[in-house]
Design a protein around this ligand. Structure first.
Ligand code: GMT
Length: 389
């Protein structure tokens, strides 16, 4: 198949999922075209079957806002025609589903029909998409997608609750490539560079937005380090980071907290961690928690959104109500105080993560693509694939 993937190229989970999905499809021999405004952070360009097409938005003094959707839909039209793409897969509804729909319409005008799969990731529904200024366009483009998927059951329910959606939403959970972790286990141990041997290593990774409840992370850690030797690794960058640094100063724990900024060494960090904190106000899935679990790191999280579908309470970690810092700290200590308990939770975390191995999830996407393409093959004049029906 020839698949065009539209995503955000940043460190956010939706871009990571889209990139890993594309890379795995390429490894299986499919031709994958990433179309976005800069090279996705996890994309290695020198892989066979992987193409990247940059969307440029020319500046003009009249534009107060650059018309990205327009440039993206034009680029999609050009790339679909040039490479005879079979299917469009857009990640994050805003504005990708809207731009994808416009591209479909322009192509239809030229006799080319192509299916569009829209994957909903979370804030495109719960925080941003639901804003009255976006809502009609988001509802419209979801309803006009050929197939809609959501990354959790909770997000599917939220979408039906918040929007007037008339089509089926398929739940396709996010995934992790476990084989890669096993291979990378041989990276030389960096633990001594980060912490003293007796210290537990606690980690948080995110884009440091308000929704991640960053001050709660610092406060949970503050309570933990009062009881046991520990270090906190804060990985990522965003609007709440400075506030977190100030809070660490106020609480007198600066020397116990390391702020890494955005990092391409997530695997090394997670492979040396003992606990992961994700107390978010809302989280449609919590890919960062799954990535931690795949390295055998238990998770203390809130119970909001799709987190209970990923982090199993009392098994791979614990869940608490949003803002219940005391309970989260107590649960963290339950896991961290005892070596045997920690070892059990680490094993469990990996076992739960195995349910989300890419081997189980990839066939779901491939099946969706193939069914959607089959429906369209008859109609389109440019399909690269023989018609199967
Ligand atoms: O807000 C973020 O955390 C980033 C956002 C994104 O654009 O990638 O994440 C959303 O999508 C991820 C991948 O599907 C999910 O794992 C995150 O839970 C979701 N974030 C929220 O729902 C807040």
């Amino acid at each position: 198949m020839k698949i065009a993937i539209v995503c955000y190229p940043t460190f956010g989970g939706s871009g990571v999922v889209a990139t890993e999905l594309g890379l795995e499809l390429a490894r299986l021999g499919h031709e994958v075209h990433f179309i976005t405004y800069s090279q996705p952070v996890r994309l290695a360009l020198l892989s066979p079957n992987v193409h990247y097409h940059e969307v440029n938005v020319p500046e003009y003094p009249l534009f107060h806002y650059q018309p990205y959707e327009l440039a993206l839909s034009s680029k999609l039209v050009d790339m679909v025609k040039l490479y005879k793409i079979d299917v469009l897969h857009v990640h994050y509804a805003i504005p990708h589903a809207y731009a994808g729909y416009m591209a479909k319409q322009m192509l239809k005008n030229e006799g080319i029909e192509i299916p569009m799969i829209t994957t909903l990731h979370g804030t495109d529904i719960t925080l941003v998409g639901n804003h009255p200024h976006y809502k009609p366009a988001v509802s419209f483009s979801i309803n006009k997608s050929d197939v809609v998927t959501s990354v959790s059951q909770s997000l599917k329910e939220d979408t039906y609750k918040l929007f007037n959606i008339k089509r089926e939403i398929h739940v396709v959970p996010n995934f992790i490539e476990l084989d890669k972790n096993i291979k990378d286990y041989n990276i030389p141990c960096q633990r001594t560079l980060i912490a003293k041997p007796e210290e537990r290593i606690i980690t948080h990774i995110s884009n440091f937005r308000k929704v991640k409840c960053i001050p709660d992370i610092v406060r949970i850690f503050y309570k933990i380090q009062q009881e046991i030797p520990a270090k906190l690794l804060m990985v990522g960058d965003g609007p709440e980071k400075e506030k977190a640094e100030l809070l660490c100063q106020e609480l007198g724990i600066v020397e116990k907290v390391i702020f890494f900024g955005n990092s391409n060494e997530i695997d090394k960090i997670l492979s040396n961690s003992d606990l992961f904190l994700l107390p978010s106000e809302t989280e449609s899935f919590g890919l960062a928690a799954l990535e931690a679990m795949a390295w055998g790191v238990p998770v203390i999280s809130s119970n909001s959104g799709g987190l209970p579908e990923v982090n199993f309470d009392g098994v791979s970690g614990y869940l608490s109500n949003v803002g219940n810092v005391d309970e989260m700290a107590d649960n963290a200590l339950k896991i961290l105080k005892d070596d045997a308990v920690l070892a059990q939770f680490k094993d469990n975390a990996l076992l739960v993560a195995q349910k989300f191995d890419i081997k189980h999830i990839l066939p779901l996407y491939i099946d969706i693509y193939e069914k959607a393409i089959r429906k369209y093959t008859k109609k389109s004049k440019h399909s690269s694939r023989p018609h199967k029906e």
